[in-house]
Design a binder for this molecule. Structure first.
Ligand code: HEM
Ligand SMILES: *[C@@H]1O[C@H](CO)[C@@H](O)[C@H](O)[C@H]1NC(C)=O
Ligand SMILES: *[C@@H]1O[C@H](CO)[C@@H](O)[C@H](O)[C@H]1NC(C)=O
Ligand SMILES: *[C@@H]1O[C@H](CO)[C@@H](O)[C@H](O)[C@H]1NC(C)=O
Length: 518
């Protein structure tokens, strides 16, 4: 009776109608949950993932999605279900096929969350393939370095400013201890390098030795929001709507990302107003190839993000693993210092070509990026009309499928049984086998190379900055390790690293001393 009166207090028409509607909604939600669970029920995955995005949300907000997908692929196989409509794979062949230039796969809704500037798309957030290909073609020359005169000379200058910073402030001696958070400092360097290359004007992070405009801090602080949006992309659309836009970065901000939007606008404006709009840097190349003012502003901004965090992560991780692998550290420093002593590398800053002649350095750089790929978001794409057959499972159209980059780069079938270990020698061994001329050896090295390449994605979405990044890594490692020695301060807690697609890393405390003579 009591329940009855609670449920039907007055028996009025509106109450019943409201309840009826509620029941219909509940039934509808239940039915659609079951339907979406049913669609991909044949694909294995952690318990409960077919019903909600809870698993994805938990792992993403914990900053560990990259490790969770790696573990899931090891437990359930090369194709794993992660959500009602989400799959992930660590199969290099599948990834190369679905990312290929002529692949009918399209970028998933996740990309709504990487618009950075709410007012317009950039090359990464652009989901329309036709428009993406057009824009990409106009930018390829600028990134390829063909239009970027003296790319190496520009980098050399920034690297010497960085070396000078260490010399001035962070050399420890027998009497003085000057620990430094290298995680932060190398990002100053990569920010200066990319801005110098992009528009011939470094931001000056290294000279100032501080986080100007609080860019790094604010980017780090806003990451949890970005991570949340990457799981619920429709929220990104809501945030980018006129009503909520005030909450997002804007060019009127004095700090953080908004400040960069304003700087990008100002620099493009100045360039267009000057009598030499075709200066030979990346921006000059973009404008020469027909990017509009708005496009140029957006892409300048994208470069700073795409080019600085990623390269910084590659530097940090490799330095960390070097410092914690004494044999590797010794072998690499010996290679670099004896090449310098023998005059095989330039006196001021090594050229890219000289660094490429150092086989162990090349192996270390590859291994450092393999052990911690700098971009480890799942980068979901959507299965095209007609569906697809993936790893032996039929997958219906509209399903989102992402990449477990940590899963890919730790495949024992490609990199050997100790794939989880940082061991640059594996590359030299594979190269020696291939040079021995055995078919098997050549094929194995080819698979290692191709799989490693996926760190930069591939095909129509391959990183445009790959060559620039590799040149930078080559130079920086030679210049740091020929001059200095690095010792990890807190071996039990070497750094703080969380993944938000890209990595947020800090607290890599290091004691830097002058290099011991050979
Ligand atoms: C070690 C360093 C780097 C790594 C591992 C890396 C990795 C990646 C990955 C995985 C993507 C695909 C993103 C996606 O589609 O979801 C990408 C795209 C891109 N990267 Fe990099 N990147 C690095 C450095 C750079 C640098 C230094 C620049 C700029 C000079 C750059 C510019 C770009 C651009 C413009 C794209 C968009 C390409 C397109 O969508 O057509 N990257 N990068
Ligand atoms: C992509 O953009 C082109 C050119 O604006 C347009 O014709 C096409 O319909 C768009 N494609 C999609 C899938 O929206
Ligand atoms: C693998 O990559 C290296 C350069 O990183 C190259 O010298 C070698 O020829 C490649 N080998 C194969 C078989 O792809
Ligand atoms: C690591 O060492 C540095 C410098 O000696 C110190 O400031 C920092 O608090 C330490 N961090 C941790 C997590 O132990």
């Amino acid at each position: 009776m009591i329940l009855d009166t609670l449920l039907w207090p007055t028996g009025s028409f509106w109450t019943s109608a409201g309840l009826g509607l509620g029941l219909v909604l509940v039934a509808y939600t239940a039915a659609s949950t079951i339907v979406s669970w049913h669609r991909l029920r044949h694909i294995p995955g952690p318990p409960g993932v077919g019903f909600s995005k809870w698993w994805m949300l938990r792992k993403t907000l914990g900053g560990n999605m990259h490790l969770a997908t790696k573990a899931a692929c090891r437990e359930y196989g090369p194709l794993v279900r992660l959500g009602p409509n989400q799959l992930v794979t660590n199969d290099p062949e599948v990834l190369r096929r679905i990312w290929a230039v002529r692949s009918p796969y399209k970028k998933g809704p996740f990309y709504e969350a990487v618009r950075f500037n709410p007012e317009r798309d950039n090359l990464i957030s652009l989901r329309n393939d036709t428009l993406h290909a057009e824009l990409r073609a106009k930018m390829a020359n600028g990134y390829g370095g063909k239009d970027n005169e003296g790319l190496e000379a520009v980098m050399d200058k920034e690297i010497l400013v960085f070396v000078d910073l260490i010399e001035r402030k962070y050399i420890s001696t027998a009497t003085e201890y000057r620990p430094v958070d290298l995680a932060r400092k190398v990002q100053y360097l990569t920010l200066d390098v990319i801005t110098a290359l992009a528009f011939s004007k470094r931001f000056g992070y290294t000279e100032q030795d501080e986080d100007m405009y609080s860019y790094i801090k604010i980017t780090e602080d806003s990451m949890p929001v970005m991570m949340f949006l990457s799981i619920f992309p429709w929220l990104a659309k809501v945030l980018q709507s006129r009503v909520f836009r005030r909450l997002l970065p804007s060019e009127h901000d004095h700090v953080g990302f908004g400040r960069f939007i304003a700087v990008a606008k100002q620099i493009v404006g100045e360039r267009l107003a000057s009598d030499q709009p075709k200066r030979r840097d990346m921006l000059g190349s973009f404008l020469a190839h027909g990017l509009t003012r708005e496009e140029a502003e957006g892409e300048t901004l994208l470069q700073i993000i795409a080019g600085s965090d990623t390269t910084a992560t590659a530097l940090r991780t490799t330095l960390l693993y070097l410092m914690s692998s004494p044999a590797t550290y010794r072998r690499l420093t010996r290679e670099i210092r004896s090449a310098a002593a023998a005059g095989r590398i330039s006196h001021a800053v090594a050229t890219d070509a000289e660094a490429r002649e150092l086989p162990y350095l090349q192996a270390v750089i590859k291994e450092g990026m393999r052990i911690n790929p700098p971009v480890a978001g799942t980068m979901d794409v959507v299965v095209p009309e007609g569906g697809d057959m993936i790893c032996g499972y039929p997958v219906p159209a509209g399903t989102e499928i992402g990449c477990s980059e940590f899963g890919v780069q730790s495949l024992a079938s490609v990199f050997g049984p100790d794939a989880d270990v940082f061991r640059p020698e594996r590359w030299l061994e594979a190269e020696a086998d291939a040079q021995g001329g055995s078919e098997q050896g050549i094929e194995r090295l080819r698979q290692m190379n191709l799989t490693w390449g996926l760190i930069f994605k591939a095909g129509k979405w391959q990183c445009l900055g790959k060559e620039v990044a590799l040149i930078e890594l080559n130079k920086v490692f030679v210049e740091l390790l020929r001059r200095f020695d690095f010792t990890l301060v807190n071996a039990s807690k070497p750094w703080h690293s969380i993944n938000a697609g890209i990595f947020i890393q800090s607290g890599l405390y290091t004691k830097i001393t002058r290099a011991e003579p050979l």
